[in-house]
Design a protein around this ligand. Structure first.
Ligand code: COA
Ligand code: AMP
Length: 658
């Protein structure tokens, strides 16, 4: 990629000052980490209960780039539940399930949650699940999803949660790769007004996968009961009732700190997702540290992350982080708008006295669009509410300023990835807030040596755009490898810049050390805070018999940030009309990848613009579609094709210049 020196037009550079930077403890804490990383994480690890302490805090000779807390034994579920029950939080709310789509609010104390989890863990053991076995969860946002994750953690099984908005084929890929002994699922999810039956998707996925789980435990929801398959499927409620009657509760099983807690699949540069492995000990240490120091939250307070347990944000900050810290966490089965209106977030935050909310910027754009004057905020008491955290995509300054104006609290953009498991950069409220610069997720967290590199891997000076990389080793909590794919891990992340982890994000760092994330360097796009591969969508389009070639790009969208747009060239002699093929292609992506891909734009063109060596000029097409200024690439084969693309876009009301 090319490197560009950022100018005074760089967003929001005016707000910060060196005095304010020094008032926070951030500088001192970051420097302490830099001077002795092992000591820093050893200190942080004191907040975790270990069955056996680590022989080595960091062992550079273990794993691919070293491993954290080698030799230690622990259990995440014990740290998230049992120890709070034993030490005075038994009667405190651990989990509040707030579901506007079913009209339900249910609270589970730490004691109740521990018992639910221990009982379900016993059910899993009865089904033959043991330490190291994989369990796939394909679940909506119901308490049973949280019980299931923690039940796996309790017995040392490795969970792999698959987001409900993915289609059967995506689920099948994950079944194939993770080879789970058991699948935990529910009969349906509820998408505002639409009931989404999960069981037919699960059945189809199992038939597509060569790996077959031994058992599927199905939680029946009244909105759409599922038919259970003889022999393979079991009724969740009945199994739990039987275990409860028999007084069965599984104890916590000790695991190595380096054992996997979960595998979470995320979009890679092809249709084949990457199985991000999360270890046990390092993850606990990093999350616990972040709860107080980054989010500024204390045990006993109510923490709300309005994401989904199918995403990394849900794993870390709906389930594990808040519970490890002894907070009350909210599981929200609803949307920012439409359940029932754009005041939903204010209702939940005030009703449960949340001190922070963590969501994606797109959720706030949706609220702003429906209720620009925030009239629906009136009447809600948000006096306990201290900060809004945004991640998943760049927080655009307009949305941040709007949120700041209506809420009157710090709006904290923070940057991270499925791979890292916790924020790489943020504004550490617990250490003392740093001045906010709009457009920047602020500064690197301890553990992360973030650098901007040129194409040759040389660090670039301040304010210069380049590839963002993290000097190895990655801190505790980050992925040690990909599931059964060490070589793919090396290739995908470590070989481009030797000695660094390549984030595949591009951006710059300013003179105050503030990080700016401006976009991806690969084919990943961010649609409503959901990470998707355009390469994966191209594979689906190319599989249509009428398509000769195709290119998918992410185009700007005022609500979702980006939406995919597919350009297709049809084979000569295709009998169907272009419009009919386009409709089929939209349906095909929904069927193969899922509704979450939000693929609604397929455009037939005569030719695709290419370089003389045959590379499709996706970057230029994106600029044209976004109405940005673009220059004719020197290597273009036939410049006229770009005019044709512009014309095709204009016919759809897109691509008008600035
Ligand atoms: N199960 C089944 N379908 C799902 C689903 C799930 N768990 N989640 C989303 N979908 C479907 C939606 O119903 C929608 O279907 P449609 O095409 O029939 O309308 C489609 O997938 C696209 O979903 P989405 O992109 O989320 O759009 P939306 O219009 O439903 O909602 C927002 C828009 C902005 C309200 C919503 O995207 C949102 O709340 N985003 C926040 C994202 C977030 O929290 N990300 C986590 C990172 S922090
Ligand atoms: P995911 O793995 O789904 O969390 O997506 C990670 C990607 O989302 C990152 O690599 C970024 O491209 C993008 N992203 C996440 N948070 C931010 C942020 N605060 N600012 C800019 N981009 C972000």
């Amino acid at each position: 990629m090319t490197t560009t020196r950022m100018t005074s037009e760089t967003p929001g550079t005016a707000a910060a000052g060196h005095d304010a930077l020094q008032r926070s403890r951030y500088g001192e804490v970051y420097a302490r980490w830099r001077s002795d990383p092992e000591w820093f994480w050893e200190e942080a690890a004191r907040d975790i209960d270990w069955i056996k302490p680590a022989d080595r805090i960091f062992d550079p000779a273990s794993g691919i780039f070293g491993r954290w807390f080698v030799g230690a034994e622990c259990n995440v579920c014990y740290n998230a539940l049992d120890r709070h029950v034993e030490r005075g939080r038994a009667g405190q709310a651990a989990l509040i399930y707030d579901s506007p789509v079913t009209g339900t609010i249910r609270t589970f104390t730490y004691h109740e949650l521990r018992d639910e989890v221990a009982t379900l863990a016993a059910v899993l053991q009865d089904m033959g699940v043991a330490k190291g076995d994989r369990v796939i969860l394909y679940m909506p946002m119901i308490p049973e999803a949280v019980f299931a994750m923690l039940a796996c953690a309790r017995i040392g099984a490795i969970h792999s949660v698959v987001f409900g908005g993915f289609a059967a084929r995506e689920l099948a890929t994950r079944l194939e790769d993770a080879a789970p002994k058991v699948v935990l699922s529910a009969s349906c999810g509820i998408e505002a007004a639409r009931v989404v039956p999960y069981k037919p998707l699960l059945d189809e996925a199992i038939s597509l996968s060569s790996h077959k789980p031994e058992t599927c435990l199905i939680y029946q929801r009244p909105q759409a009961e599922a038919r259970l398959a003889e022999g393979r499927d079991r009724d969740w409620a009945a199994a739990v009732t039987d275990a409860r009657k028999a007084g069965r509760m599984a104890p916590c099983v000790p695991v190595a700190a380096t054992d996997p807690l979960y595998v979470l699949y995320t979009s890679g540069t092809t249709g084949r997702p990457k199985g991000v492995v999360r270890d046990t000990g390092g993850y606990m240490v990093a999350l616990k540290w972040s709860m107080k120091n980054l989010y500024g939250v204390d045990p006993g307070e109510v923490y709300w992350c309005a994401s989904d347990v199918g995403w990394v944000v849900g794993h870390s900050y709906i389930v594990y982080g808040p519970l490890l810290h002894g907070c009350t966490t909210i599981l929200y089965e609803g949307k920012p708008v439409g359940t029932p209106d754009a005041g939903a977030f204010w209702r939940v935050a005030s009703e449960h006295k949340a001190v922070v909310l963590f969501t994606a910027p797109t959720a706030f754009r949706a609220i702003k669009k429906e209720d620009p004057d925030a009239r629906l905020l009136q009447g809600y008491d948000l006096s306990e509410f201290r900060a809004l955290f945004l991640a998943g995509e760049r927080a655009d300054p307009d949305t941040v300023q709007w949120a700041e104006r209506i809420l009157g609290v710090p709006i904290v953009d923070h940057w991270w990835q499925t791979e890292t498991g916790w924020p790489i950069a943020g504004n550490p409220l617990g250490l003392g807030a740093l001045p906010i610069k709009y457009g920047s997720p602020t500064v690197p967290m301890p553990g992360y040596d973030v650098q901007v590199l040129d194409e040759g891997g040389k660090p670039l000076p301040a304010d210069t755009m380049g590839s963002i990389a993290i000097k190895l080793p990655l801190p505790p909590g980050c992925l040690p490898t990909l599931w059964h794919a060490d070589e793919r891990f090396r290739e995908a992340y470590l070989t481009t810049y030797p000695g660094y982890y390549n984030t595949s994000d591009a951006g710059f760092i300013d003179g105050d050390g503030y990080v700016y994330i401006m976009g991806r360097t690969d084919d990943i796009i961010n649609v409503a805070g959901h990470r998707l591969s355009t390469g994966g969508m191209e594979e689906v389009l190319a599989s249509h018999p009428a398509v000769a070639e195709c290119a998918v790009i992410g185009v700007k969208d005022s609500l979702k940030g980006e939406v995919p747009c597919g350009f297709v060239v049809l084979k000569a002699g295709v009998a169907q009309s272009p419009a009919a093929v386009e409709t089929e292609l939209v349906g095909l992506v929904r069927e193969r990848i899922g509704p979450v891909a939000a693929f609604k734009l397929a455009i037939t063109v005569g030719r695709l613009p290419k370089t003389r060596s045959g590379k499709i000029l996706r970057g230029t097409m994106k600029k044209i579609a976004d109405g940005e200024t673009w220059t004719m690439p020197a290597t273009i084969d036939d410049p006229v094709i770009l005019d044709e693309i512009g014309d095709a876009l204009r016919r759809r009301g897109m691509g008008e210049g600035p």
